[in-house]
Design a binder for this molecule. Structure first.
Ligand SMILES: C[S@@+](CC[C@H](N)C(=O)[O-])C[C@H]1O[C@@H](n2cnc3c(N)ncnc32)[C@H](O)[C@@H]1O
Length: 214
């Protein structure tokens, strides 16, 4: 990847060595956070295994593959906790009202994106969708802080696109321009969205795909 592409991903690099706050708890570092939630996952497995379609695998292998609470190699028992936290953040950080009305006209433009972007090349997956195509839809249908669910997420291009909504370079690459307040305009100067990351929840039946997403 060149410098520009690396800078696109800067926003969501993990800090591995400092204190981390996760779901309202503070940990010395990411390793401590991971170990705490791996133990929690171990306790929750008997209940989770009753869910139809639970992956076939040894408990300890599922735990070792997981990086909880963010990623679990099985149904994730913390999704509701994240949603609660993100809904609170939406109010506090973006001043959003939980009862606000939602309306968007259908996204009706043709979308065509090449498959030659370095992020596209980072790994292969047979049904991979270029993240730039997804970015256009997310900008159209959501505001900063909104939560996007992709239940058939493959290798997570929806997650990349959700985070890149906060990246001026990625948005400008689509041919849009941005004013000082972060408002995004299309080629015809129509206001289409606002700069700011969206949250994403990614799920896939394939353990390989969800592992790459993570
Ligand atoms: C078109 S692909 C998504 C590709 C994705 N947009 C990407 O960029 O990588 C559809 C995905 O749905 C997954 N899938 C199929 N049936 C599923 C199910 N019942 N539950 C969850 N995922 C499923 C497949 O494993 C596949 O990865």
């Amino acid at each position: 990847m060149d410098e520009k592409q690396l800078s696109l991903l800067d926003d969501h690099e993990e800090a591995d060595n400092g204190p981390v706050v996760c779901l309202g708890m503070t940990f010395k570092n990411d390793e401590e956070r991971r170990e705490y939630f791996r133990n929690e996952l171990r306790k929750k497995l008997p209940e989770l295994k009753k869910i139809e379609g639970f992956p076939i695998g040894d408990d300890e292998d599922i735990i070792a593959l997981s990086d909880p609470p963010y990623y679990t190699a099985c149904p994730n028992p913390w999704i509701n906790d994240f949603i609660e936290e993100w809904e609170r953040e939406k109010k506090e950080k973006y001043g959003r009202d939980e009862n606000e009305e939602y309306h968007r006209e259908p996204f009706a433009a043709d979308v065509s994106e090449g498959k030659n972007d370095p992020i596209y090349y980072a790994h292969s997956y047979h049904t991979k969708v270029p993240h730039k195509a997804i970015l256009r839809y997310i900008l159209h249908y959501t505001k900063p802080g909104d939560i996007v669910l992709d239940g058939f997420a493959g290798t997570g291009m929806t997650g990349i696109a959700s985070q890149l909504c906060n990246n001026p370079n990625a948005v400008k690459d689509l041919g849009f321009h941005i004013d000082n307040d972060g408002i995004i305009y299309d080629e015809n100067n129509n206001q289409i969205s606002k700069l700011g990351a969206r949250k994403s929840i990614l799920n896939d039946l394939s353990p390989t795909a969800s592992f790459i997403s993570k």
